[in-house]
Design a protein around this ligand. Sequence first.
Ligand code: HEC
Ligand code: HEC
Ligand code: HEC
Ligand code: HEC
Ligand code: HEC
Length: 226
Amino acid sequence: MKLFVFPRWTNKIRQIAGLGLGVAPLYLTAIVWYGFSPKTVDAGYMPKQPIPYSHQLHVGELGIDCKYCHNTVDKAAHAAVPSTATCMNCHSRVRAKSPKLELLRESCEWSDETRTCRDDGKPIPWVKVHDLPDYVYFNHSAHVSRGVGCVSCHGRVDQMVEVYQKEPLSMGWCLDCHRAPEQHLRPVSEVTNMTWQAPGDAVEFGTKLRAENNINPPEDCSTCHR
Ligand code: HEC
Ligand code: HEC
Ligand code: HEC
Ligand code: HEC
Ligand code: HEC
């Protein structure tokens, strides 16, 4: 019979946490977070969204670039989710009466002169899909501007009718790539391309890019816990 006192992962944390007192608050946060979050191992997590927006349609079929909507992804830590005005740029005319776009119209009184929403529009309450615990620091531009493509971390978004979390986003997953990033590197111009293939051997090509651009993802704790 197995007594379920502490799950096995707590041993690992205690070992790590034992390394220094400095990590103790982190340990506590982790325990609390693990205890209360319903979506701890959340690969596959796919919450319902307020509008049935489809990446498969807009990216896969219409061919809109990620950066048209997520326009801070190569400049900032966070990848902005688009404002209502970005959608209304098209939907003030395209499918303007669709019942599926009711919420969009409610949140934005469109002006054709300024091509924005009067009153800036109310934000759509999109539900966050990917959500690291607060004690982890992540930065999009540090990856995207060094040639790590969206597809490496988010999967084939262009085929997703509803976005789901493809990868575990665990510490082990981050470190696996930080230790050997070669197979995930591509020219910066191709980061939003979902179907890009390395010419020839991917690891060989990535190794070359890594050397040319002096890419060395750090592994010390303070990189991601600060
Ligand atoms: C570059 C133009 C463009 C932008 C920007 C755009 N869409 Fe669309 N959208 C389209 C087109 C084209 C269709 C397909 C229309 C059709 O099937 O005839 C569509 C279809 C849709 C549909 C399905 C409508 C229906 O009645 O079936 C939804 C929902 C939708 N878009 C939501 C959004 C949201 C939300 C945004 C902003 C995040 C957005 N769109 C941004 C062009 C755009
Ligand atoms: C026309 C606008 C538009 C384009 C183009 C677009 N997205 Fe999005 N994206 C959205 C909207 C709106 C949401 C929030 C609703 C949702 O999750 O479906 C979103 C959500 C996401 C999320 C989940 C965010 C979270 O909450 O964790 C990811 C990841 C994502 N997009 C990646 C991409 C990638 C990669 C591309 C290009 C291949 C792309 N998107 C192109 C509008 C867009
Ligand atoms: C190295 C992995 C990685 C790459 C590359 C990456 N993302 Fe993300 N993305 C993440 C993680 C991790 C989160 C959750 C961040 C958090 O919770 O703080 C996230 C969250 C998001 C979100 C939700 C908003 C936010 O910032 O939390 C959007 C939208 C998104 N990514 C779009 C993109 C797009 C578009 C690209 C490519 C241009 C991209 N991502 C490249 C790992 C990545
Ligand atoms: C697919 C590969 C990959 C994955 C997955 C990945 N990273 Fe990275 N990371 C990189 C590369 C490449 C760099 C850039 C290194 C450079 O510029 O020399 C980087 C840089 C960073 C930096 C900036 C470091 C600095 O000081 O310049 C942070 C912070 C970071 N990563 C955090 C994370 C976190 C947190 C995760 C997991 C949620 C993660 N990364 C997952 C490849 C990856
Ligand atoms: C490249 C980014 C990265 C680096 C470097 C990193 N971590 Fe983490 N760490 C994470 C992420 C992401 C999580 C969240 C895991 C989850 O949500 O499952 C995490 C979670 C943790 C946790 C919570 C429990 C667990 O095991 O998931 C502890 C404790 C921890 N890290 C300690 C450390 C220590 C000590 C170091 C240095 C030896 C370190 N981390 C280096 C990304 C990193």
